[in-house]
Design a protein around this ligand. Structure first.
Ligand code: MF3
Ligand code: CO
Ligand code: CO
Length: 261
């Protein structure tokens, strides 16, 4: 069942989206060699509370921290950890979700650690970002979820990479994960028809090698099956009553740094 949102509810969801976007801008400045993922979590937790939000991941289905930190071969749901110091050359996805006035705003970006990130890691991160932006460009009143998936899969595979199947985008609102599911692969013209009032995430995870993943024994950390690198970018998207498509989680800084698609 898809819970449609009114234009007023979409305006309210912007507050959650903006806090999550601002949080990523804030945390970016701390992503440096030597910082631990737990320190990033603690900074994010404090920032969220200070700005009137609640960090949604904390205690969600038993997740123990306030953000997900997914480094190198970690696909998603990496758990911040005091023993994990970032190193020059790492790539990290930081995924944040804030609750403001009961609504959720979910977004993630890739960050480069230090100056020595390899060309292939940069190409992969940029591919995931362009995949997201192309997926967003496929959203319109009357389009299908398969149009988004096909667009992303075609682009990512044209770059020599693969699309993760086991984790998908999702409707979002007063709950974290709602219908519909947004697959990042598939066929044009298939899937749920998109329309006014729908609010959902697009969050492609793109692997350097095989698309398959496995979950570590902590029950959360998903890694690539072959140990290859993985990258992800995520936004929360809304379709207003007049059909206008809006990104609820993009900061001015992110807009200024948008790659050409
Ligand atoms: N933010 C993630 C998503 O994009 C969900 C994280 S759930 C958690 O859907 F429990 F791992 F935090
Ligand atoms: Co999400
Ligand atoms: Co997320």
């Amino acid at each position: 069942m898809i819970v449609l949102k009114s234009d007023a509810e979409i305006v309210a969801m912007r507050a959650a989206g903006r806090l999550s976007a601002d949080l990523l801008d804030y945390i970016e400045d701390f992503v440096k060699p030597g910082v631990t993922t737990l320190e990033l979590d603690e900074l994010a937790h404090a920032y969220t509370l200070k700005h009137g939000g609640i960090p949604a991941p904390l205690n969600y289905k038993g997740f123990p921290k306030s953000i997900c930190t997914s480094v190198n071969e970690v696909v998603c749901h990496g758990i911040p950890n005091a023993k994990q110091k970032l190193k020059d050359g790492d790539i990290i996805n930081i995924d944040v979700t804030s609750i403001v006035d009961g609504f959720f705003g979910d977004t993630s970006r890739m960050f480069y650690v230090g100056k020595n990130v390899s060309p292939i890691a940069r190409k992969l991160s940029e591919c995931a970002q362009i995949s997201l932006l192309r997926g967003i460009a496929a959203v319109r009143d009357g389009a299908r979820t398969g149009d988004i998936g096909a667009t992303i899969q075609t682009y990512a595979e044209s770059q020599g990479f693969s699309v993760v199947r086991e984790f998908v985008g999702h409707g979002i609102g007063r709950t974290f994960h709602e219908d519909p599911q947004i697959l990042h692969y598939g066929q044009k013209g298939k899937g749920t028809r998109l329309g006014p009032g729908m609010v959902f995430t697009i969050e492609p995870m793109i692997n350097q090698g095989h698309w398959k993943t496995k979950v570590l024994r902590d029950g959360w950390t998903a890694v690539t099956i072959d140990g290859s690198l993985s990258a992800q970018w995520e936004h929360t998207i809304a379709i207003k009553s007049d059909g206008e498509v809006v990104i609820l989680t993009e900061s001015e800084r992110e807009i200024a740094a948008r790659p050409k698609i």
